[in-house]
Every structure is written in C-alpha cells, then in structure tokens.
Design a binder for this molecule. Structure first.
Ligand code: AHG
Ligand code: MN
Ligand code: MN
Ligand code: MN
Length: 409
C-alpha cells in the first residue's frame, strides 16, 4: 500500500519548497518563484544535453529548424516563449542557439538560458556566472517590480518583493560534453540586503551567508540536489511529466567512505599534506583497506557520488597556483601604460559557484568541507572569480586531511 501511495502522491520540487516555506510564515513565495526559474533552466539544459550528440545532425534545441516543427506544443518551449515575449526581453525565437550559421557551444547556450530565466524571475538583483567575466547587475525595474511582476504572478501591489543574488556555473564539466559523460549546473543563492542599493559586496560574502544551494546533474538520469539550509534533498526529472520528483529525501553522507576522488595527474605539484593523504588512501598503515579511486572530471558528478556513497573529493592546491586553480586572473600585461594582454589561467575550484554551493550541501548532509586552512564556507571572496583548494566529503575522511594540514604547520 505504501508503494502505491508513493506512486500516486508525487512530491514535486515546487510542492516540496512550498511545504518548507510553510515553516516561514513571513515568506510569500519569492524563493519558490526564483527556484522555478532555475528549474526551468535545468530542464532546458537537460533537454539540450540529451540532444548534444545529435547536434551536428539536427541542431541543438533552440535552432530554428528544430523549433519550427512544433515549438508551442512542448511545455518547456511554451514557457520559454512566455519568458521571451515579456517586455523585458528579446523576441521569439530566442537567439540562444543560432549565431550566423554556427551552433553555440553548449556551455554558452546554457549560460544564456540561465541568465534569461533568472532575470525574468523578477527576483534577482546580482548574477555571477562562470561564463561572464563581470557580475550582472540586474536593472532596477526587474528586481521585483510590480508592473513587471503582474506578468509573472499575481501579487498585491503593496508587497515588497524579496531580491536574490545567484552565483552559478551553468555547465560544469564541459570537457565531458563531447563524449556524453555526466555534466551539471551548480548554483548558490544569497538574499540581497538592500534592493535599491545593489553592489558587488552583495555577492562577496562568506558561504555561511548562503540561503540555498544546489546542483543539477545531467547523467544517466537528471537529478537536482537542493538544500535550503534544512538538510539536503534529491529530485529526479521524470521526463514524461517534465517534473522533478523527490527521490532522495534527507540525504546524509556516510561518516566514512571507501572512495577518494582527485586528478592524480597533478600529483607532482601537490603540497605535502595532499600527497601524504593520497598515499594513505593507497597504502594505509593502520590495517584499514585501501580506498578506491573514482574521478569523472565533472565536479557535479564526482560530488554527487561522494554525497551518496561517501568518501572524499579533492581539488588540492598545487605549487604552481597556491590558491587552487585560477580562471580569471587579475594579471595584465602593460606596455607604456597600455594594457596589451590579459593573462588568464584556466584553473578550477571557483569559490562562488563551485566551492561554496558544494560545501554548503556537504555540511547540510553531515559532511565537511575544508580548504587546507579553514572551513570552506568561512572564506570571504575578494573577487567574484576567486578560486580555492577544496577537500570535501565524509566527516571522518575530511578530519584526516585536516589533521595532516594541522601537523604540518
Ligand atoms: P568547467 O567545465 O565548468 O570549466 O569546470 C570543469 C572543472 C570541474 O567540473 C572538474 O571537476 C574539473 O574541471 C576537472 O579538472 P581537471 O581535468 O583538471 O581534473
Ligand atoms: Mn566549472
Ligand atoms: Mn562551467
Ligand atoms: Mn567551462
């Protein structure tokens, strides 16, 4: 009987968030609206990722050839149509997939979809994306303006709407796209302090200030994992319904795991504690069994496995870049006072849209996240694309690496 009840009483992600919201009588659904727009972005990317292998043959979703067949009958596209015909945005069809003759790269396409979905939620004030060098400060009228909002939902005009900052990596693991291996989207959400006075400082906050965080994994199934600061829940996309259904309630990470996950190809650049830790995984001296190595090279997939099976995921510092990998460096080459080149490093471990959201989820699931120096969520980023080493996963496994760093200093 219980199984039957489960099958007919579906806990969608929206229903779940509305239930949670019931515990905060002052809230009026702004977060639910924001989340539904994030979910829309995830569904769009999921559908584009599924077609990625066919892209050369039939074109990615959004390509006019594909769209022309029957855009409106698809609920996803009709929602996008809705978003794209509202006054604050461009027309239909969205210019997302086609630029000249060329298909846009999937991560660029995903970024455009997320930016548009987030702005049109009418609830965002600042957006930070891995794909945009500068933060996007949302135009004041779109930060929860009632005129705008009447289009989206019905709210009474005296209410002041909540505004949010969203930091996201629209498509993480891009090196895995072309071979069809799991990739994902990562996001972290902050509440804005003063909607009329939006600055970069609204996102340059420690991770402990985060309101919610999550990721969506485009894998053998599409799974969205979310925490609003009250545990971690996993939802799986039912493609026939187009809904994320609660499939992994209250995820708790095992206290100790049997797996370590790291790019061992960088071992020659590791610091001593990292090297010692990995050595111990392979050759334990205390009689415990050696750990298995699993490394997909998509943070979302590696962290998802770590969350469900336990273990530890490492993005260590290396001697070349003591702050972990850098993507947007501040370095510029100057010649007679003129900037002639910008030095960019393609490194990973971004604080705002990788380290913080994943650390938040880990702690909410009973695990830990450590930078080699401190609790990861207590970092205070100075720049929006700041990077950091990160060790996260099972509580006891992270304790071990903390002990190694402590004994070093
Ligand atoms: P992105 O695709 O967003 O640029 O980031 C890829 C990241 C992350 O997903 C993954 O864990 C890591 O790069 C893999 O890096 P290595 O190939 O250096 O291990
Ligand atoms: Mn990334
Ligand atoms: Mn990315
Ligand atoms: Mn990328």
């Amino acid at each position: 009987h219980a199984a039957e009840a489960q099958r007919t009483d579906l806990m969608t992600i929206t229903r779940h968030v509305l239930n949670e919201q019931g515990r905060h009588p002052e809230s009026r659904g702004d977060f639910t609206i924001l989340l539904s727009h994030i979910v829309l972005g995830c569904k769009f990317v999921a559908s584009a990722v599924n077609k990625a292998g066919l892209a050369k043959l039939i074109g990615l979703a959004g390509d006019t050839n594909v769209q022309a067949s029957n855009p409106i009958s698809d609920p996803l596209y009709s929602t996008l149509l809705f978003l794209h015909t509202n006054p604050c945005d461009g027309g239909w069809p969205p210019r997302v997939a086609v630029q000249g003759e060329e298909q846009k790269k999937l991560d660029v396409l995903s970024n455009e979809v997320f930016v548009k979905a987030l702005v049109s939620s009418g609830r965002t004030c600042v957006l930070v994306s891995e794909e945009n060098e500068e933060a996007i400060i949302v135009d004041a009228p779109l930060r929860g303006n009632h005129e705008f909002d009447k289009i989206m939902v019905t709210v009474s005009s005296h209410q002041k709407l909540h505004g949010y900052c969203v930091c996201f990596d629209p498509l993480d693991g891009s090196s895995n796209i072309d071979c069809g291996v799991s990739i994902g989207t990562i996001f972290g959400i902050y509440m804005i302090k003063d909607k009329d006075n939006v600055t970069l400082d609204d996102v340059l906050q420690p991770g402990t200030d985060m309101l919610a965080a999550g990721y969506c994994m485009y894998g053998s199934s599409c799974t969205l994992v979310l925490s609003t600061g009250n545990g971690v829940n996993g939802f799986t996309l039912d493609p026939s319904l187009g809904e994320f259904i609660l499939t992994h309630p209250n995820i708790k990470i095992p206290n100790r795991g049997k797996i370590y996950s790291v790019n061992e190809g960088n071992a020659k650049n590791w610091d001593a504690p990292t090297a010692k830790f990995v050595e111990k995984c392979k050759f334990p001296q205390d009689g415990s069994p050696s750990k298995s190595l699993r490394y997909i090279g998509s943070m979302v997939a590696d962290v998802h496995r770590t969350l469900l099976y336990g273990g530890i995921f490492l993005y260590p510092a290396d001697q070349k870049s003591p702050n972990g990998k850098l993507r947007y460096a501040d370095a510029t080459l100057n010649c007679k006072g003129r900037v002639i080149a910008e030095v960019r490093y393609m490194w990973h471990g971004s604080v705002l849209y990788e380290v913080f959201p994943m650390s938040f989820l880990m702690e909410q699931a009973g695990g830990q996240a450590f930078t080699g120096k401190q609790r990861a969520l207590e970092l205070v980023p100075r720049k929006i694309h700041d990077r950091s080493p990160i060790f996260l996963g099972s509580y006891d496994d992270v304790e071990d690496i903390k002990a190694l760093y402590a004994s070093e200093s």
